[in-house]
Design a protein around this ligand. Sequence first.
Ligand SMILES: Nc1ncnc2c1ncn2[C@@H]1O[C@H](COP(=O)(O)OP(=O)(O)OP(=O)(O)O)[C@@H](O)[C@H]1O
Ligand SMILES: [Mg+2]
Length: 601
Amino acid sequence: MRRGDGGGDLGPWLVLAGAWGAIALVAGAWSAGRIAGWLWGTGARGPDLGVDFVLALLRDGPATVWAGVPPAAVATVFAAEALVVGVCVNSVTARLRGRVRATVPVGSLAGLADVAPLAPDQARRRARALRPSLEHLHRRRTPADECGVAVGQLSGRPGARHALRASWEDVLLAVMAPRAGKTTALAVPAVLEAPGAVVATSNKADLWASTSALRAGRTAERVWVFDPQRIVFAPQTWWWNPLRGVDTVEEAHRLAGHFVQEVRGTRDKDFWSSAAHDLLTGLLLAAAVSGKNLHDVFAWLNDPTTPEPADLLRAQGRAAAAASLRGRQLGAAETRDGVYETARTAAQCLRDDSIMAWVSPPSPAGPGAPARVLDELDAPAFARSRQTLYLLSRDGAGAAAPLVAALTDRVMRAAVRLAERRGGRLDPPLLAVLDEAANICRISDLPDLYSHLGSRGVVPLTILQSYGQGRRVWGDHGMDALWSAATCKIIGAGLDDAKVAEDISRLIGDHDVTTRSTSRGRGSATTSTSQRSQRILGADAVRALPRGGAILLATGCRAAYVVLTPWYRAPHSAEVAAASSAAGRLLTERAAQLPSEDGAP
Ligand SMILES: Nc1ncnc2c1ncn2[C@@H]1O[C@H](COP(=O)(O)OP(=O)(O)OP(=O)(O)O)[C@@H](O)[C@H]1O
Ligand SMILES: [Mg+2]
């Protein structure tokens, strides 16, 4: 879907506006004739409003239709009517405009020149510098969606809006309250417009429903849907092996970290979660190097004394890892049991057979049946493609969230390695839209990843409901690091943390305001003006940002106020709405074929 070619969609609106305009004109002429007749003393006579009236007026003219009333009187009343309607429309629109202006003094925020690097001309230039594949296109004909991630329209004079785009080396963070438009105005447009591979996480069906069919059509490449918890009732046609490529302690430690993140508080170093992290590292490494799978890891977790994983590690020449695991197993029983219990809680999603089916080798559908044939997702191959991967999980304990984080992490790092081998940068870039990241994609070192993903053409857009939600996952330091590393921050409606609102207010800066004061004395009044510096947006105004608007903090640019366009108000909304309805129907059909969870048919 290209932004530039949306002009054709104006047609139906123009026809509709024309039809209503004609109806208003006829009604205005009819009522003008009646009022003029009444004023002129001939009475409010004449034909009824309808087709006959229009035909008579065109055929015979006003002098005949309203006999005895001068046409000039009818014209005068008609002009007065038009004036009244015009004044009313103007005052309503001014009031609406004034309401936004009252909370957001857009005149004191960035103008087009202040955010020039994100404006269409420079965005196009930067994209062409970062993506050699665009060189064959004429500069002016480079489609807008090849040039970066849409981050809203700069709000300036009415009717003078400019679409802004983060570049393909930006890393993005959006913070907005529930129902503020995170999915409809950020995630959906970003997925639809992405020129390369896309990873998108979500805990609801909306993102998949609005984008999957259109992505498949646009890229003509495979769409993978990871849906172990039946959020969109996608049939399983593939599986992913989290243990593939895990051949070092470091890799195993990283994979284990996604599980441990489930039990880790905001304190980084509590004993039980660190010990459970070590234990899971040993078990995952043992399974990975000896051709076992996550079923074996789960069995070992439930048998704290089994020597099997340590024996397998030793047999594969991993003596240190084996000794560390065995040492933990042979330690004080109470400590060992506590560590195993913590590890079991961290990896509790492995208890769920329907989740396990997506991350362990295909098994026979029933006794005596052949093993199902499922494709295995290959993260490096995905990073080389323009495919789409939806990772869906519910929130809460036992959900597939650790696997969503692990697979997102694996794909992003595979993309980084591919970019390094290609000399620096992926072209087209890979976009990772992490909607509901704090609930279902808690990659523990996301703040560190942020500092180098952008330089490799891997562009993350992390979407959070609040700053505090990020703190609960990454801790105070981690969230501050994520905030600082993000080169493009979008702060939308509903920011309720007083300190964060105050910090953002300070980042937006001050402007000079003129105050007028009048003093009265001995019958005369003196007016004096003075200038003082005050916050452009106080913390209360940051908190009260209207829905559909956002503050954009882009590195090197002044703070800007942008208007976010949800997909249902964008060009091509009809296409997306149709795809979304079709996806909704498909979901309902699939759900109807399965027994419901409460046992009802
Ligand atoms: N097709 C549509 N037409 C009109 N309004 C819609 C449509 N889809 C969503 N909305 C409205 O847009 C607003 C923003 O919805 P959106 O799903 O983007 O919010 P969100 O920030 O992602 O919320 P959440 O945190 O619950 O996921 C909501 O008020 C919603 O009712
Ligand atoms: Mg949402």
